[in-house]
Design a protein around this ligand. Structure first.
Ligand code: NAP
Length: 250
């Protein structure tokens, strides 16, 4: 399907995992895509691979915690591709620390990336999203934005929970202006973010806690992003979409 023909998308954290699969899917749907990430080497490689498929893609180093980087990223998308219709706030990080093990610095870093980055992205892109006839924001939260998970990673849970309600808040604010804002809540998806759990008891626990009995694939999350970004979701805003193999249904 080419539901995003003529549209421009910006995907953060696009060098790897869900962001990479999302950039690929949006490009397959016809969008020009600006991929951004802090990992310059991997971002450039991912973008070069996509360009070889004929996709209109560019890469920019972009730290989502930086106001200046956001200004540059949005300006780059507009200059390179003529506007901005779709913003995917995907960049994220997490750890397995407990609350006692979480320093203030760790807490602030996670909140800066996973929560403040989403705020900065929507605020910076706002004029262009409103100018678009098809403005759509997809914020990547998590099942851990809703559930308490393993009782670890308190900063990650707090930030992802904030993204869930921030999404609904901005969805209501922009509902009359033609910009839709939705969140996606992935379950356990097989990407490098799970590397810290590999070889630990958490690895099997993640599968056992998933009713469908397997980890998800990044492409399965990307399909949800493409739906929410497209006019197939023209009457959908403020939604929290779970792509989790049934985890949250328990
Ligand atoms: P991933 O493969 O680690 O990708 C995340 C990307 O974001 C990495 O390339 C990372 O770069 C980048 N990044 C980190 N900090 C950044 C910053 N400050 N500015 C810009 N980019 C930054 O992980 P993923 O699984 O695809 O995660 C994508 C999103 O899905 C995250 O928001 C994550 O919380 C969410 N999620 C994932 C799962 C899962 O099971 N995989 C489940 C629920 C939600 P570095 O590697 O260099 O740090």
């Amino acid at each position: 399907m080419r539901r995003l023909e003529g549209r421009v998308a910006l995907v953060t954290g696009a060098a790897s995992g869900i962001g990479r699969a999302t950039a690929r899917r949006l490009a397959e749907e016809g969008a020009a895509v600006l991929l951004t990430d802090v990992d310059e080497a991997l971002g450039a490689t991912t973008t070069a691979e996509l360009a070889q498929t004929g996709a209109r893609v560019e890469f920019l180093r972009h730290d989502v915690t930086s106001e200046g980087d956001w200004e540059a990223a949005v300006a780059h998308a507009v200059e390179a591709f003529g506007g901005l219709d779709v913003l995917v706030n995907n960049a994220g990080m997490g750890d397995l620390a407990t609350i006692e093990e979480t320093s203030l610095e760790d807490w602030q870093r996670t909140v800066a990336v996973d929560q403040t980055g989403v705020f900065l992205g929507m605020r910076t892109a706002a004029p262009h999203l409103k100018a678009s006839a098809h403005g759509s924001v997809v914020n990547i939260s998590s099942i851990f934005g809703t559930s308490g998970g393993f009782g670890t990673s308190p900063a990650y849970h707090a930030a992802k929970g904030a993204v869930r309600t921030l999404t609904k808040n901005v969805a209501l604010h922009w509902a009359g202006e033609g910009v839709r804002v939705n969140s996606i809540h992935p379950g356990f998806i097989d990407t490098p973010i799970l590397d810290s759990a590999r070889g630990t008891p958490f690895e099997q626990v993640m599968v056992d806690l998933t009713p469908m009995g397997r980890l998800g694939r990044p492409e399965e999350v990307a399909a949800g992003v493409a739906y929410l970004a497209s006019d197939d979701a023209a009457f959908v805003t403020g939604l929290e979409l779970y792509i989790d193999g049934g985890y949250i249904a328990r």
